[in-house]
Design a protein around this ligand. Structure first.
Ligand SMILES: *Cc1c(COP(=O)(O)O)cnc(C)c1O
Length: 392
């Protein structure tokens, strides 16, 4: 048997060799463009908050970049998901299918909309929802009544499905769209991690009724905190804007609100940062791809370890580079995490599966063998675009 320390040490060495430096964090934002300039414009103009030209500009540029007909900028990705789920009709007591292997925000947003997270398994090529396992499961666990998908066990309506493009790798969208269609489920894409990722040449987040993006500090581009709702539907776009701006009816001076709205609008300061970041996105993506190629060629020499690469017909943004350790070495995962982190190389396991977290212990779920295996074997390694700046 191979000694665990040697594998952990080998991984540490491989990462250090690839990035050409001894220590690195998982993902660091880079501000080498017009950030200062646009922020100064914001401050000089006095428009730092919810009114200002950068919000409109950022929305326009996001829509141009993603090919989404509409983009609505909001305070973060979680609020984007909350509003998207409300708009597709998630109501109190409705169940919403999501992968257990996701960040907690996906499940939280479902509960904000009054829904009940219903956890589904993943598959190991795309790291996202497995459409085939889901179809098999729904065949026995649900029935269609009056055009609605009903969970046979709970009696609740299963209203929507929220696939997530894990670490920037697009899910099997064609197959999921077909499941959503057959089971009358609205599709909302959690594309928080996949800005710049394409499926069949089309940007992720533009396939479902709605999609969302996140611009948190650790994402591919950042606005400090921020998010966006993507949709092709004019009515959804209008309602998304309305709901995220306190549902105020436009008027010169009257405060009339026609429903309970939210204060979710992205401030102008954050949008200014976003405009500067978006200009650099193509460079970030190129660097991340180069970093992936380097990791790939170096990790090929290690037994028992694979680097996750983009699935067929997909272009991944390689937001977080990911290694997958073989089943035979999965008992060494924590040792690998300890040794890398002790040596200045920041690594992280993937999230604890959501169905095992305290708030979701009673949530409905299907069998989750693949997600469970992936959780035991996935490790994220340093992924910042600047890591290719330092050649060895
Ligand atoms: C980052 C992220 C979110 C939420 O984004 P915030 O902007 O942090 O609210 C949602 N889902 C996934 C999968 C994420 O990684």
């Amino acid at each position: 048997m191979v000694k665990s320390t040697s594998i952990a040490q080998e991984i540490t060495n491989t990462i250090q060799k690839t990035i050409g430096v001894e220590s690195a964090v998982l993902h660091e934002p880079e501000f080498s463009g017009n950030e200062w300039k646009y922020l100064k414009e914001c401050l000089d103009s006095g428009f730092v908050s919810s009114v200002g030209k950068f919000v409109d500009r950022f929305e326009k540029e996001l829509s141009d970049y993603t090919g989404s007909k509409y983009a609505v900028a909001v305070v973060n990705g979680t609020s984007a998901l909350h509003i998207a789920l409300k708009l597709v009709g998630v109501e109190a007591g409705d169940e919403v299918i999501l992968p257990s292997l996701s960040f907690v925000a996906t499940a939280n947003a479902i509960t904000y909309a009054g829904g009940i997270p219903h956890f589904a398994d993943s598959e190991s090529k795309h790291l996202g929802l497995d459409p085939f396992a889901l179809r098999d499961y729904l065949k026995t666990a649900s029935e269609i009544k009056n055009g609605k998908c009903i969970n046979k066990f709970s009696g609740n309506v299963i209203r929507a499905i929220v696939p997530m493009h894990t670490f920037g790798h697009p899910v099997m969208l064609d197959e999921l769209i077909s499941v959503a269609h057959d089971y009358r489920l609205s599709l909302v894409e959690d594309s928080a991690e996949s800005l710049g990722s394409l499926y069949s040449g089309k940007h992720t987040g533009t396939f479902g009724a709605m999609g969302i993006l996140s611009f948190n500090g650790n994402k591919t581009i950042t606005t400090g905190g921020g998010g966006a709702i993507l949709t092709q539907d004019e009515n959804f776009a209008k309602l998304a804007k309305h709901l995220t701006t306190t549902a105020k009816i436009p008027h010169r001076y009257e405060y009339v609100h026609d429903q309970i709205g939210y204060n979710y609008r992205m401030p102008n300061l954050n949008a200014a940062l976003g405009c500067a970041q978006l200009e650099q996105l193509p460079n970030f993506l190129e660097s991340k791809r180069i970093l992936f190629e380097k990791y790939k060629s170096n990790f090929q020499k290690l037994k028992g370890i694979q680097i996750v690469s983009e699935p067929e017909r997909c272009k991944s943004n390689y937001w977080l580079q990911t290694i997958l350790i073989d089943k035979e070495v999965e008992h060494m995962r924590d040792e690998i995490l300890n040794v890398t982190n002790d040596n200045g190389v920041m690594t992280r396991p993937c999230w604890r599966l959501l169905h095992t977290l305290a708030p979701f212990l009673k949530s409905p779920k299907m069998d989750l063998p693949i997600a469970t295996s992936l959780e035991a074997r996935l490790i994220n390694i340093p992924s910042s675009p600047k890591l290719i700046g330092s050649e060895i």
